[in-house]
Write a protein that binds this ligand. Structure first.
Ligand code: PMP
Length: 431
């Protein structure tokens, strides 16, 4: 198709009428498809069904011979920490295994930093003179932004470049002593899918921060979630921070929510020895210990890091075709129109579409009317406000492949229709 900017007024009107007709036909199909959240599908969860019978009657002893049914073991079992150490980029002694949500660990770290301070030497963030602020790469993860909003932390958006945040802007912002932290999803970022380059990671590790108690919240949620045979690796943030003389800068998070079971996985934390000590001192006030039976279950099921990678291959076989279906539909309908561009991620859970400025809300509305529910427009920006109203986050993992194919055709149609209507000051009636 030609770029719509090149079409004559007459051709544009004809195109709008045709696309509107196609949209109405799509709507008449009465579909009901949810593409809002990055949830594993039932088939993906089935891959871990073997875990439901584990650890098995009587099999509740750790490698050290301890009874996993009882209290204790705050840091997590050594065999489980060893299993995930390569994924966390830290030795097992500096890995902590929590319960089922890494978001909960991020929340705790942020709240403890606010109310207790990041170390005994530092005042709590909440008791210092300024209002604490976080650097937020955009588009980003709405639940990160929600934590900041919940605790009154100012959010400073920074654009992503395709290989990580714009570091010139990050370095400028980080020089302010009120800037206490930064959210980073360094691999297969949610939702842009981008992978932070080594140069970006080195600069994050080494940059000067105005706040001595600045922390990178390094959410490596998609560390092993590849969509191609290539298992992309990123530079090791903990090692780079240590080399740059900032050993305590990064809190690293991950989980098995999208490896085993989203509601019954293991959350993971890794950092410097001092930060792990700090973390455990706080965590010890909050719990007598994590669910070690679930830890045993994971280690029996995944066995080792290679077992984990093999398991992720089975996920890939289920979800890569869904990503392909979305990209095919967008390519077919929109390539060459000049109205949108979209990511082709090599891992993670999302496809990000930038449509024509000022149309994202309208696209979500059109899709909803046609039975396809999308993440609300704006969700990928702090405070839910996308200043350009153009970014859409598509989450194709949960619906069936057939549903993803159908929904994607409809979404592409909605993006085109919204752009054509925007192009013309007088929107067409389509109710
Ligand atoms: N971080 C990111 C970037 C995510 O996309 C998600 C899930 N959508 C999470 C964290 C949530 O992880 P968990 O299930 O471990 O709380």
């Amino acid at each position: 198709m030609n770029g719509i900017a090149d079409l004559s007024a007459e051709d544009l009107r004809a195109l709008r009428n045709r696309v509107l007709g196609e949209y109405e036909a799509f709507r008449a199909r009465g579909l009901q498809i949810d593409m809002t959240r990055g949830k594993p599908s039932p088939e993906q969860l089935d891959l871990a069904n073997g875990m439901l019978a584990l650890p098995g009657n009587g099999d509740h002893f750790t490698e050290a011979g301890e009874d996993a049914r009882n209290y204790g073991g705050l840091q997590g079992l050594p065999e489980v920490r060893a299993l995930f150490a390569p994924m966390m980029g830290a030795p097992a002694e500096r890995v902590v295994v929590g319960d089922n949500s890494s978001l909960a660990l991020m929340h705790d770290c942020l709240v403890w930093s606010l109310f207790k301070g990041v170390s005994n030497e530092m005042e709590p963030w909440s008791q210092q003179s300024g209002t604490p602020a976080f650097i937020c790469p955009v588009p980003g993860y709405d639940r990160h932004f929600a934590i900041c909003e919940e605790y009154g932390i100012r959010m400073l958006p920074v654009p992503l470049t395709g290989h990580g945040p714009d570091m010139d802007i990050v370095e400028e912002l980080a020089a302010d002593p009120d800037v206490k932290g930064m959210w980073c999803v360094p691999k297969y970022s949610n939702p842009s899918g981008e992978i932070y380059s080594t140069e970006v990671i080195e600069r994050l590790a080494a940059m000067r921060t105005g706040a001595p108690d600045f922390r990178l919240f390094w959410d490596n949620a998609y560390a092993v979630h590849h969509l191609t045979p290539q298992r992309h690796e990123i530079a090791n943030i903990l090692e780079l921070c240590a080399q740059a003389g900032n050993p305590d800068r990064a809190f690293v998070f991950a989980s098995t929510s999208k490896v085993t079971l989203a509601g019954a996985g293991l959350a993971l934390f890794a950092s410097s020895a001092a930060n792990v000590k700090w973390y455990l001192a706080r965590a010890g006030k909050r719990t007598i210990g994590p669910d070690k039976l679930n830890q045993i279950r994971h280690v029996r099921f995944l066995k080792n890091i290679e077992g984990l990678h093999e398991h992720m291959e089975a996920h890939r076989a289920l979800i890569a075709p869904k990503f392909d279906a979305v990209i095919d539909a967008l390519d077919k309908r929109l390539s060459g129109t000049g109205i949108a561009h979209w990511t082709k991620p090599e891992g993670g859970y999302f496809i990000c579409v930038d449509g024509m400025e000022g149309t994202a809300k309208h696209v979500v509305d059109l899709a909803r009317q046609a039975g396809v529910v999308l993440t609300p427009a704006g969700a990928t920006s702090p405070y839910g406000r996308d200043p350009h109203d153009r970014t859409l986050r598509l989450a194709p993992t949960y619906p069936s492949l057939r549903e993803v194919q159908q929904a994607s055709e409809g979404i592409a149609l909605c993006i085109l229709l919204a752009a054509l209507e925007k192009h013309d000051a007088a929107p067409l009636a389509h109710n």
